[in-house]
Design a protein around this ligand. Structure first.
Ligand SMILES: Cc1ncc(COP(=O)(O)O)c(C=O)c1O
Length: 479
């Protein structure tokens, strides 16, 4: 839309307003026309380009077939992995069908299993009041809010959830997005740009990396939880960039460990950087009342510039949030493409997350239970001689088995023994550090945890003795 065209609809009005408010930044609204010599040079280059293109058009071949997706490099490489899997007798562990609400147990192929593949850390996705809140919101507002909140307007539940989250974190304001992944992509992609620097832990989630790429900022990773490495990067690079953003997670889901937050705060203050903490796996898990890593370390939450988290894990819903200063939230509300140009969170999802947050606030005993269960799992696994890497317990304990094939085989064999734990392998973790990840919840019983560790130890012994070539599991035994 040009600024001189009539503004003929509400949607155009919003687009116009957004265009006006936008910074001159690729990928965020439309860039303002650049004037001056540079602008003139660009327009001549564009014309020459156009002329060259029309010359080429006249010499184009009559017909050219688009390549088949079968020949796409990604498809080809997936086929290669499938072939290797078939050759060594593996059953695909992914996209398995569950016939129950995932919690401490699940049901697959009609069989009830002990489940360690759910992020429902406090069992809130099992609570009738959470489901009831979602149902009531459907009755009141329907299943969709139809469009971006900017144009389709607010439902009271959106702001109630945002205020609830801001209150929980002790920040001035909050904003919710329809997806946790989109929250990181949009937030980092909006705040940072060319001339800025992003320093991130090498294990941060894919969504932060995609956001960094979108932003156009220079991006560097530092070794996992290595504050000395981060300090070296800041010493070397800080002076060359306008804004610097440090991105870490409150609790890492591949390893079950956490960063040194006091040191991060000291570094960000010394070097004048922003600190963003992704609490996807630490909300409801760390801190005596589940307020996350700041509560764990006793650090005032306002010391951290950007709190990010997802509603899909502890809060039993779907979506993501940012908590922080009112200025930060205002920037995102008007500039973040994943908010401005994407549908608002469905009311039932917002209502479920709010109800879950209220249960968490009212019942911190659940937080103590998940910690006790994580401690028990870790102690049992260590006593059984399993390699739990750097895990400190809480809600995530990996069991490192070596190569990916072994990890996949372990999942298959554990399923046959009544335990669901999923494999993670390269590139999500280093090549020889493939693992099973056990996600522990407040609702697991001590007996379930002890059984899982015992079975894992027994099966790992068998799988290790097979030396990488496995007999295909008979169909009847597959789950
Ligand atoms: C650390 C982290 N951040 C962000 C996300 C994205 O959240 P969601 O799955 O709710 O979109 C995840 C998801 O697993 C995550 O682990």
């Amino acid at each position: 839309m040009s600024e001189h065209e009539p503004i003929d609809s509400q949607e155009n009005l919003v687009e116009f307003e957004h265009h006006r408010l936008s910074t001159d930044k690729p990928g965020h609204g439309r860039a303002a026309t650049k004037g001056g010599l540079k602008g003139a040079a660009m327009s001549i280059a564009k014309k020459l380009d156009g002329a060259a293109r029309s010359a080429r058009v006249s010499t184009l071949p009559a017909r050219r077939k688009a390549p088949s997706f079968k020949d796409h490099t990604l498809y080809q490489s997936m086929q290669k992995y499938r072939l290797i899997g078939d050759t060594v007798g593996l059953v695909d562990p992914f996209f398995k069908e569950h016939q129950a609400r995932l919690g401490a147990t699940t049901k697959m192929a009609g069989k009830t299993l002990i489940n360690f593949g759910s992020y429902d850390y406090l069992g809130l996705n099992q609570m009738p009041e959470v489901a009831e809140a979602a149902k009531a919101a459907i009755d009141q507002y329907g299943t969709s809010v139809s469009a971006s909140r900017v144009v389709a307007g607010e439902r009271p539940i959106h702001r109630e959830l945002e205020q609830g989250l801001a209150d929980f974190y002790g920040t001035e304001d909050a904003i919710v997005f329809v997806s946790g992944h989109a929250t990181n992509v949009s937030t980092i992609g909006t705040l940072m740009s060319a001339g800025d620097l992003i320093l991130h832990d090498e294990l941060v989630h894919n969504s932060a990396l995609v956001g960094a790429k979108l932003s156009g900022a220079a991006t560097k990773s530092f070794a996992h939880n290595n504050m000395e490495a981060l300090q070296r990067q800041l010493l070397e690079l800080r002076g060359e960039y306008r804004n610097v953003l440090i991105v870490v997670e409150g609790f890492y889901s591949m390893d079950g460990d956490m960063p040194d937050l006091p040191r991060l705060v000291e570094l960000k203050n010394r070097f004048g950087a922003w600190l963003m903490v992704d609490e996807a796996h630490s909300l409801g898990v760390l801190g005596a009342t589940g307020r996350g890593i700041a509560e764990h370390y006793g650090i005032p939450s306002r010391e951290i510039d950007i709190w990010m988290g997802t509603l899909s894990k502890t809060l039993g819903s779907c979506g993501g949030y940012i908590c922080g200063s009112k200025e930060l939230i205002m920037i995102l509300k008007f500039q973040a493409p994943g908010f401005v140009y994407s549908v608002g969170m469905p009311a039932p999802a917002a209502a479920a997350a709010l109800a879950a947050l209220n249960v968490l606030k009212a019942d911190p005993a659940r937080v103590a239970r998940v910690k006790a269960n994580g401690d028990l799992f870790l102690a049992e696994a260590k006593a059984a001689g399993l390699d739990t890497g750097t895990s400190i317990g809480y809600a995530v304990v990996p069991v490192i088995v070596g190569d990916g094939i072994k990890a996949i085989k372990m999942t298959e064999r554990l399923l046959a023994r009544g335990v669901n734990a999923l494999p993670i392998m390269y590139p999500a973790v280093p090549m020889k550090a493939a693992r099973l990840r056990f996600f522990i919840t407040s609702e697991h019983t001590a007996a379930q945890i002890k059984t899982a560790v015992k079975v894992t130890k027994e099966e790992l012994k068998i799988v290790s003795s097979l030396g990488g070539v496995f007999k295909r599991t008979p169909k009847a035994q597959q789950v």
